[in-house]
Each structure stands twice: as structure tokens, then as C-alpha cells.
Design a protein around this ligand. Sequence first.
Ligand SMILES: [Zn+2]
Length: 654
Amino acid sequence: MSNPAPFSEGWAAGWMPDPLLTVSQWADQHRKLGSKSSAEPGDWRTDRAPYAREPMDSLSVTDPTEVVVLMWGAQTSKTETGNNWIGYVAHHAPGPMMAVQPTVDMAKRLSKQRLSDMIEQTPALKERIAEARSRDSGNTLLSKEFPGGVLVLAGANSAGGLRSMPARYLFLDEVDAYPLDVDDEGDPVSLAIKRTTTFGRRRKVLITSTPTVKDVSRIEKEFERSDKRRFFVACPHCGHRQWLRWRGYNDDASDPRAREYRLVWLDEGKTAAGYKCEADDCGALIEEHHKTKMLLGGQWQPTAVGDSKTRGYQLSSLYSPLGWKSWVEILSEFEACAGDPAQLKVFVNTILAETWEDASTVRLDAEGLAARAGGYNVGEVPAGGVVLTAGVDLQRRNGGYAQIIVRAWGEGDESWLVDRKIIHGDQTQPDLWRQVLAALDQDYPTANGGTLRVYAAAVDSGDGETTHQVYAFARNNRARHILATKGMSTAGKALLGKPTKQDINIRKQTIKRGVDLWPIGSDTGKALVHARLRLGAEAGPGVMHWPLGLDSDYWKQLTSERQVVKLVNGFPKRVWVKKDSDYNEDLDCEVLALAALEYVKTRHNRATLYQQMAARLAADRSDAVESDADAVDEAPPPSPVAGRFNLSGWRRSA
Ligand SMILES: [Zn+2]
């Protein structure tokens, strides 16, 4: 062992027993299971769940692994594996330890039930951890002192608990149930892991969960950076070593057998199930009674390189030991989910220990969409496009920039992307805003030889300092129908809501002419854009078109988000998510351009908007445009600030 430091606390305390035991050896020697928390009370036997041995031993202080990730299915002893580690630390390698549950209530429940049962049943722990009842025991529900260390229980929904102390040992349980953000302090997992940094390479972190939705699942993310270990077992018939999978024969998705299920009924009465060996020259059925021997001879093998300090273990309930979750139960449960995606998701997550991805949440294929572009070039308005709107999104990263898209709209809201620009510059400087205005004032050639200019533009007001810059921009250009907007992610919000007056400037002074702030239903807009992206390429209502020559980033950003089902306060809710690494400004810009169109519609007769605009475009009245404003069939403006109707939005070239 290269680093003798881990034992210094224990030796200093002068009572440390044999320090060379591993976690599994400790559990086999000391751990007792009580009847309150276990169906099989008595001595813990690692041989009962042999796959738990290596992950537990990776948590021993004698092992160099820093982070252990368990993405395991139901009834595989995932929780007890963590509890054994708690017992080992308290008895054998004391130090500051934090165990995090999804909520404070769950942490209390863990303490009251499983932990108190473990302490009560296991003499080595009982003599070290005083009962919470005695007044000066140093122990409460959420804090257990023992010689040389302390165990603090915290909930991922409370930042205070996560920040409470530096921890050499950190146990993050069921991380997929953690909130995305805790008390506005960010990701609870990062917050807790920060507490371990002072211990450097002596720290140990255990992260466990059944997974949830693909790309949002925390445990999947942790597993992805690990060496992705699978538990290989030998076929009792041919000896071929393989890991048990639900479908497919190998990692080759193009193999014609990739969609075949591996678990099959062995009789018509469905009382027995067998597992088909993957070996080409075997294919024999492995029966449930073979499991015990198979598991004992099993071995974890890395299937990826990983980051060298994280060991990841994935294990489905197919490995659940004989007498726990049977293959018969698993196959019956699978059949019961037929046709019910919600139930199937639970099955995939909790039994297969895999993330879930359903058809409606599938990320749109950027390349497939990109292949549909064409028929015109960037900067041209194709036939059918009669009114232009723009969406403007501002970003502070990379030195600051404004991203603009311009979309042409026609009958039935069929639309054509006309332009996409990225203007680099500092939002606090007038120069950036001059360039944005110039971009919005550009004349675009139309198919019939005229030109069109952006009628209305929606600008995201973002947050912080940007907000006031956007307000000022909108206020100074209200005649150009530049709207300051604010995205609302609450489900079911109108695409464009009623504006509210903002009349406080950045120095908190009231200003004379306030600016309207328009709320935008971001979720509503994204859902509409996505539904339209799925319409296909044939011309028709709602169909979106794109020109040749768009930057490939556009397609990536457009498809960066998708909807997933998440539990919010215990209720499933659809939310938009994106991968950490992805930018999504183009999708935001498309939503903003859509909202700007909605604004245009409030200023005209909705039913005849496109006819009016088409008639104007067709008419050769370039120099009479301004004075002709009255001839337009106009609806009353939606708010006082809309002011005088201004036709700078479109113009026929001379
Ligand atoms: Zn075989």
C-alpha cells in the first residue's frame, strides 16, 4: 500500500482492530441482518450475492478506487452493499462520513429503520454507536458519532445539510431521485462531492441508483465516465463467459439477432423461464437453478477505459439470487407491461437497470433534418413567404454574442428560414446593438423580385445586466416592433402572453417611458417547433423549410432539447432537457421568431393576415407603402405601447 495515512486516525485512537479486512470480509465477520429490514435475517453472507463483493471491496481503504458507481436493478442488495460500507467505516476505518438520501425525510427514515436495525443487530456497531435516546450520546437521527468519526445523514433537497462538514466518505444513494438544483446552490451531487476534496485521493465516494430517463439520468452520467464493469458468468452447458442481457447477443446492434429476447418460457404454463446462452455453437437454455453456481463463479470485467479513478458496475435484476427476484417474475412483469409505455419505463429502469428512451422523447435527428434543406439559399425569401419575423438570443459566453434567426411565414404558418447570424460583441457596448439593429433592418430579396424586411423581432431579455440592455434596445426601437421578452417554462403558458410594463432602469430609477416585457411560453413554443419538425418535408401548413448553406451548428442546436418525463414532487411531469454540452440558442431563436409572428397576428386580422401580406407584396406600390397603412385590415393593437402602426416591417424595393 502506497499511502499509510488512511489508518492514522484509527491508530491514534489506539483501538483499531485488524486494518486489513476489506468491506466484504468485515460484513461476513460482523454484519448481522435483522428481521425488521431483511427477509433473510442472521449473518450477512457475501456469497449470497457474490457480485456485491468486488464493489464493496473497492470501498475498502486498502483499495485505490476513489469513486464507485452502482447502477443496479431491484432486489440485488444495492442498499445493503452501502450499509455494509457504513458499518465498516464506523467499526474499522473511522472518519467523517456523509450519507445522502433524496430528501431529508428519507434520510430520517433510513436512520430510523435500516440503520438503527443494523446497529442494533451488529454487536461491533452497537458498542461503538450510542443510542440516540441517551441525552449525551452525541447521536441524533441525522448524526451518529463513533470513536474516530461521525456519520451525518443529509437530504439532497437541503443545501445546508450537504455543506455541513468535510467528508472523507460520501455515500450518495438513489441519485436519480435528487432535485436538479438545491436551494438555488446548484447540483446537490456536485455540492456534496465538493466536501470530499480536502481528502484528496484518500476520499471514497459511493454513488448508487436505479436509472431513469436517458441523457438526464445522473447515475448513467456517472456510469458513462467509469470503466463500465459487467458481471460475466459462465454458461453451465458450454462454459462460455457472458454478461446477462435482456435483448441482443452482443454489442453489435446490426446483428440480426439484436432484437431477440434472451429470456424465454420453458413451459406453456409459464412456471419456468430459461436464459439462452449467447455462444453461437451452444444456444442452450440456462435454468434458474443454475444461477447460484453461476454467480459464485462470476467476475466483473471492465468494458471501457474510464477515467481510472471511477469503477462503474451495472447489474440488472436478471442477476438477482435464487429466492429473490426470479426470471419467471421478471418475464411475467415484462408481459404485463405490453402496450403501456409508462409501466415499461418502470420495468426498464428498475429491473433492467437501464435508462429509458421512448419514441416521443427521442432526440430529433440533426442529420435527417439537415438533409431536407435546399431549394433556395440563405438570404432569399422563397415564393410563399410573405412576412418576416426574427428571434434574437443573447449570450455572454465566449466574449458575448447575439444570435439571430429570420424566418419567412406564409399561408398556414408554413415557414422558411431566411437568415441566421451570429454577431460577436459586448452587450454593454452600443456597437453590438447597432449591428443587431442593422441586421434586423436588412432587405431580403423575394421570389417575385421585391424585398422584405423583418416586421417584428422578439429578443430574449435573459437575466442580470443583459435584461436592461434589452429593455433599452426595445425602448429605443419600439417603432421597429422590437419586443423585449421573457421565457416562462411553466407548462401550458400561452406562446405570447400579456405584456407588463417595466419602468425601472439598472440603477433602480423609475424612467419616463417604460418598456413592455412580453412573457413567452417557452415550453409551448418548443413543443410546437418540435411537432412541426416532425411534419416532414412536403409543402403544407406548419411545415418548416431551410435554405442551403446553413452552418452545421444550427442543426445541432435545433435538436439539442427534447421532452422527458420527470417526477416533480412525486408526480410525473414532462420537461425539456438538453445535454450539458449542448447549446440550444437556435431552438430558442425559433421559439422567439414564432412568438414574434404571434405578435404580428395580434396586430392584424388573424384569418386574413397572409392574404393581406401577399397582396401587398404582389402590388407594385413601393413608394406608397407608408401612406397605405390605413388600407390594411388591422385589428386593434393589444397594448398601449404598440402605438402607431408602422410598416417598416415590409417594403417593396424601388
Ligand atoms: Zn452455452
